[in-house]
Ligand binder design. Structure first.
Ligand code: PAF
Length: 326
């Protein structure tokens, strides 16, 4: 061996030594709310469990507060494989898997326990499986809580109080049908546009659960909060299908375990905010009223025409079996 080849070998050996054994895969996780929201808490838990169970395989970069765009943009990013993971509301999910819309029907669930058991049971799990056909892999249902109306025009006690109210809704056909039937003037809009539209008076109000109203500080731009609880708001932990298909079995099992813990953390956060959120918002200056059972019944009666459409789309038997579930 010449001096030259010996030094080449030595250089090669030291080069090989300097290269890391396996490159880490970056996971971009996008969500619409801040890091201290129910989504942020779930995303952090998800990261912790994945890292704990997979060692050095992955690194996480968080994009909170719609840092990757509206929820529809992020889901499309997952389909393309440019984003790996997201936590989203059911806002635009029905545009990808129409069956998810059944859970957006107003006055479907009695309480959080009822919703959680249906989503975790066969009806909810069957719907999760449908996402694989559209370039996505659904890991678990999460949640935001029950949605309530906020606005700047007037306090709301009866359906007459929402007549003509310019109310931002999610880009969700089930919600849109309900608010149209109620006599409001619903405006579907992606979340990143909502605050500026309120500031400019383009919309009078919006509807979201306490988890969102508190964490986004909607009290800074909205005066009235009506605890209408008109609809449960599911969320979902979604993974890009092209990314999912590249994982090995151990990594998939770690993602599944991480999703279960993330949902536990999200539901824990929602339980806490359901207990404390109204007081917080009153202290911040919002005028709050809660609809009585009779007042809620009047709102439900005002959207009877929308139920005819829901029964046609989702099947009356399915809707009634969800309502009757324990
Ligand atoms: O109202 C919505 O669009 C959603 O509830 C939000 C705030 C983006 C959270 O997913």
């Amino acid at each position: 061996m010449t001096v030259f080849s010996r030094s080449l070998l030595a250089a090669g050996a030291s080069f090989a030594f300097a290269v890391p054994l396996a490159a880490q895969t970056e996971i971009k996780i996008g969500y619409a709310l801040a890091e201290d929201s129910h989504y942020g808490v779930a995303a952090k838990t998800f990261e912790e469990v994945v890292l704990e169970q997979t060692g050095e395989d992955f690194s996480f970069t968080h994009f909170p507060s719609s840092g990757l765009g509206g929820e529809r943009d992020v889901i499309e990013g997952l389909q393309l494989g440019t984003v790996e993971v997201t936590i989203v509301s059911s806002g635009t999910l029905a545009n990808f898997v129409p069956e998810t819309g059944v859970f957006d029907i107003p006055f479907l669930f009695r309480d959080l326990g009822h919703a959680r058991s249906v989503l975790d049971g066969p009806i909810g799990q069957d719907i999760l499986e449908k996402f694989d056909a559209v370039g996505l892999h659904a890991l678990a249902w999460g949640e935001q809580g029950f949605r309530h109306i906020t606005n700047n025009r007037n306090a709301i006690n009866t359906p007459a109080d929402v007549q003509g109210l310019k109310l931002r809704t999610m880009e969700n056909p089930v919600h849109l049908a309900a608010f149209n039937a109620m006599g409001a003037a619903p405006t579907p809009m992606a979340w990143p546009e909502v605050i500026s539209s309120m500031q400019q008076g383009v919309i009078d109000g919006q509807e979201n659960p306490l988890s969102v109203i508190v964490s986004v500080k909607l009290d800074e731009v909205q005066k009235y909060l009506t605890l209408s609880g008109h609809v449960y708001s599911p969320a979902m932990l979604l993974v890009s299908k092209p990314f999912w298909e590249g994982l090995n079995d151990e990594q998939k099992a770690a993602f599944e375990a991480a999703a279960a813990d993330a949902v536990g953390a999200m539901r824990g956060y929602v339980d806490g905010i359901e207990a404390s959120g109204v007081e917080t918002l009153k202290e911040r200056g919002m005028e709050v009223n809660a609809l009585s059972a009779d007042e809620k019944a009047a709102f439900q009666a005002s959207i009877q025409s929308a139920y005819e459409g829901y029964y046609k789309t989702y099947g009356e038997d399915l809707v009634k079996s969800i309502v009757a579930a324990e």
